[in-house]
Design a protein around this ligand. Structure first.
Ligand SMILES: *[C@@H]1O[C@H](CO)[C@@H](O)[C@H](O)[C@H]1NC(C)=O
Length: 372
């Protein structure tokens, strides 16, 4: 009984789904009486008061209007598409918080209405675009969700202990120009997954976009496995700012096609007090890379400029068979470290083969093995 009560208390206090809006001052964020053994159905916002008392919620099939509400939910199951109405504001459009949340999209669509925002400028001007589209400040599982047309960044992972499985981020429509983008791709800064969290697995997912497929900004014990990335800027550790740690990262079994970069570690030139330690790339296949097959660069936001020395990058390993084919004017491997003490030890490139393109330079780093 005590355990049961504790669980119900946890339901009350630890789960929350918020549809966030500009007027979020009016949100109802307090704990609700929840935990009835029922399945609630939400097909419009009017269904929320009854449904939110249930332990399982089916949600979908409506447009979230420019208003606001929040739901404390233990288990969320989508029953139809959710479309987010246009509004020029900071975002995010949807936030899920909690320690052990189950979210199953059942392959339904979360539609961010990107074409209403896209102007080729992303987060750098023009129409204000809510970002990220979805903030997962949660542990648990998030699976079978189709995220379509995010205004800019799609999914930000900020909770601990989250497994994402079979997520599609489809911003393929953003590759074409529109009337506002001056001939450039209309979608910009449409990162697939931005991770700043510990104990995260992202697997069996697909990203079609115009920026990083994956960007890890901080965190430990992160696995990115058996995903596919197309059209964007590649798989990236970073950019790394000051006083953060990224460690124990496994990037394995991914397929990357037609991206600007393949595998990248980028650290801010001015950053201090940060560490990137233990990055393992295993059995990834990349093709159609247009600028850099592999790039480790301590000069961000510039590229291959004067690097900083305030971020230690060590224990970078290519294991198994990573193959990368790059375009004829792309560079196969570039390593641009500020000093041998900011890239200490030997980087193990034995499991890497890069073909095509041009040879790059290795600056202030020691590499072993590989063919590139
Ligand atoms: C990834 O794919 C490999 C090869 O098919 C498979 O052995 C492995 O179990 C997969 N990993 C996950 C997490 O599904």
């Amino acid at each position: 009984m005590v355990v049961r009560l504790h669980l119900i208390f946890s339901v009350v206090s630890l789960w929350q789904l918020a549809f966030a809006f500009p007027n979020n001052a009016t949100f109802s964020n307090g704990p609700r009486k929840i935990g009835k053994r029922c399945t609630g159905t939400i097909e419009s916002l009017a269904d929320i008061p009854d449904a939110e008392e249930c332990t399982t919620i089916n949600i979908g099939g409506f447009t979230v209007p420019a208003g606001g509400t929040s739901l404390p939910l233990p288990s969320i199951s989508m029953s139809g598409e959710l479309t987010f109405a246009f509004e020029a504001w900071a975002g995010p459009l949807m936030v899920i918080s909690g320690n052990d949340v189950t979210f199953n999209g059942n392959n339904h669509v979360l539609n961010g209405n990107g074409p209403s925002y896209w102007d080729g400028l992303g987060g750098n001007g023009g129409i204000q675009k809510p970002a990220p589209m979805i903030q997962l400040n949660m542990g648990g599982t998030f699976e079978n969700v189709k995220i379509q047309n995010s205004p800019t960044r799609a999914v930000a992972v900020s909770g601990t202990g989250l497994t994402l499985t079979s997520i599609t981020v489809d911003n393929s429509a953003g590759a074409a120009a529109n009337s506002a983008s001056g001939g450039k791709p209309a979608g910009a800064n449409t990162d697939g997954f931005d991770v700043a969290a510990n104990d995260v697995i992202i697997q069996d997912s697909t990203v079609i976009n115009q920026d990083d497929c994956l960007a890890i900004n901080r965190g430990t014990t992160i696995v990115f496995e058996n995903n596919s990335c197309s059209g964007g800027h590649g798989i990236s550790i970073g950019s790394i700012s000051s006083d953060v740690t990224v460690s124990d990262v496994t990037i394995s079994g991914n397929t990357v096609t037609n991206n600007v970069n393949g595998l990248r570690i980028k650290t801010d030139a001015t950053a201090t007090g940060s560490t990137v330690n233990g990055i393992t790339f295993t059995n990834n296949k990349l093709s159609g890379i247009t600028q850099f097959g592999v790039i480790i660069d301590q000069s961000y936001p510039s590229t291959l400029a004067t690097p900083g020395t305030g971020v230690i990058v060590e224990n970078v390993v290519f294991s198994g068979t990573n193959t990368i084919s790059v375009a004829s004017d792309a560079h196969r491997v570039e390593v641009n470290c500020g000093s041998t003490s900011s890239c200490p030890g030997t980087m193990d490139f034995s499991g890497l083969t890069v073909t095509g393109g041009l040879e790059g330079a290795i600056v202030h780093a020691t590499l072993s093995g590989g063919s590139f």
